[in-house]
Write a protein that binds this ligand. Structure first.
Ligand code: GRF
Length: 214
């Protein structure tokens, strides 16, 4: 049964926020049945925070570096998500680890976009341009993007959607990054809509979407 009320989402950003913009645009054009309840960043200067403020969306700078102990930070994060009735947490270019207590409270309700085909080229330290450099250095012929469930480690949760792009002989980090980013902007809103439509079920490591079921 497709939901009527928009899915309430929190979007976490650390950088430019181009994935946040693509989510916002898909909501505006009526494709995505969601509502951005708040945008959170660990960087006070993140482009995503400025974008949110321009659109009148609650934008909050909060970082573990502001707190003497992680438990206070974690409690603050949980309160923010609860106070805004967040149903799905979307990490969109967010570079900090989500505290385990938050991952547990929002089990299978936190997704991340990674600019490679996990499990290849993922894990701690592999983010942004470093990912594309590693793909080129390896000599891969395809790359792509992965939306995956966030669990207690970096980039290890089950994939929700993956999509490939070709790696061309004359690719640079920049040309590959922009080809992959285009795919990110497509599959992240699509993944959110699957949650909004209640089409996601988790079976062990497999994330099954209703359209996959017989
Ligand atoms: C993107 O490549 C994303 O995959 C990675 O962070 C980069 C910047 O994302 N997680 P954005 O432009 O800030 O959305």
């Amino acid at each position: 049964m497709t939901r009527k009320s928009p899915l309430s989402i929190a979007v976490f950003v650390s950088g430019t926020g181009s994935n946040l913009v693509s989510i916002y645009n898909e909501i505006q054009n009526g494709y995505l049945n969601a509502e951005i309840a708040l945008v959170i960043s660990n960087k006070s200067t993140a482009g995503g925070l400025m974008f949110a403020r321009e659109k009148g969306i609650t934008a909050i700078h909060i970082s573990p570096n502001q707190y003497d102990d992680m438990s206070t930070y974690t409690e603050e994060l949980l309160n923010l998500l609860k106070d805004h009735q967040v149903e799905l947490v979307v990490l969109a270019g967010y570079l900090k680890m989500i505290p385990i207590a938050v991952v547990q409270m929002y089990k299978n309700k936190i997704i991340n976009i990674h600019p490679a085909l996990l499990p290849s080229f993922g894990g701690k330290g592999l983010y942004g341009k470093r990912v594309h450099q590693a793909v080129l250095d390896y000599g891969c012929k395809v790359s792509g993007a992965t939306v995956h469930i966030v669990d207690e480690e970096y980039d290890t949760g089950g994939p929700v959607i993956q999509k490939c792009v070709p790696v061309l002989d004359d690719d640079t980090v920049e040309t590959l990054a922009s080809r992959v980013l285009e795919i990110e902007h497509q599959i992240l809103p699509t993944a959110i809509q699957l949650f909004a439509d209640g089409k996601i079920s988790i079976q062990g490591r497999r994330v099954v979407t209703s359209r996959d079921e017989p």
